[in-house]
Design a protein around this ligand. Sequence first.
Ligand code: PMP
Length: 450
Amino acid sequence: MTPQTDPRAGAAVKAVDRAHVFHSWSAQELIDPLAVAGAEGSYFWDHDGKRYLDLTSGLVYANIGYQHPKVVAAIQEQAARMTTFAPAFAVEARSEAARLIAERTPGDLDKIFFTNGGADAVEHALRMARLHTGRPKVLSAYRSYHGGTQQAINVTGDPRRWASDSASAGVVHFWAPFLYRSRFYAETEEQECARALEHLETTIAFEGPATIAAIILETVPGTAGIMVPPPGYLAGVREICDKYGIVLVLDEVMAGFGRTGEWFAADLFGVVPDLMTFAKGVNSGYVPLGGVAISGAIAETFARRAYPGGLTYSGHPLACAAAVATIDVMAEEGIVENARNLGASVVEPGLRALAERHPSVGEVRGVGMFWALELVKDRETREPLVPYNAAGEANAAMAAFGAAAKKAGVWPFVNMNRTHFVPPLNASESEVKEGLAALDQALSVADEYT
Ligand code: PMP
């Protein structure tokens, strides 16, 4: 790869960006976006030629890295053949993508409704659940992120919900298991699991089971901190849903398509939801795409009654061609297996070794290529390195950590008091080790705040 280096081009791009681009989740005058010149594999670089190993895979979507030649070629071929065609028609790229996804989703999730990303997949999954059950409410976890559109942000637990919340949204939040910061005074995974299930069932009893359409959960919550649920939790939720006729929606927008070392995180637990949302990794984010995988029973609800919802670009041929090529590449190159094996043999032991050396690391948790380090001021009290949802000066420790990571040549995912280790799933062993070495340097800076 030959990084293009022209600092003047970088300055020009940035000037126009600052004049005209309104950035998401940001105070427009307080941000300073990096001008990116190019990206390939696990790396990207700026116009000064500084190269970063991307420990974030973009927003945890570039699962096969950047500019994979087979996927780029498939997009070009599709553009030459049929760039776009409306969703009401049967188009080869769309039907083939749906087939390949349905073949890999668990159980009888055999029908695919395509969206443009994750949030609209969540919107439609919840609408399907409400129409299927005829019930109004949705239960979701406090520690969660489900997207930035209205219903998706309402079910989200992340503080980004606060500004957009609406009291009439019919959403009730509950606590999902998280032993490190247990809400249930649990000391073991078994206790945490049993008490979290009891809490969920009590919540349902007090809300009124016949008012609840769906429970939505990220199979492994991502943005909120990569909390792998204890064994038995999701199976327990499945049982509760069956008992009360509640639709189980698993959100696999971040955890799906190999991130956990399985095609879907649901496979880790042997649980089959009624609806499953996906996006990001489905085509490594090369062209916007998401969707809902639908069970036989819910598909049946809409067999002779119209589903009242759709999107102009649903199943866009370019996005679907990218999905077909991505899934082919993942199968041919053993990318899911790579995530599982490299995660277990290099990432996990590497992160645990860092935790031993650095007092700022409170907990290491994750699975596959989906890992979080929770940074603390004090390991005994588990006081977070920065206060919950800290901004500005209160966030100095994490800002210093992030700056040190960038200086060491990696682009880190930093959220509240956590950094996530989520490189592309086809990263090489040496790239992963390079990432761990850079984190080692950055954690020494975080240690200064303990
Ligand atoms: N669900 C989950 C689990 C996610 O991680 C995200 C994005 N981070 C979304 C939904 C929303 O996806 P999008 O940004 O594509 O709308």
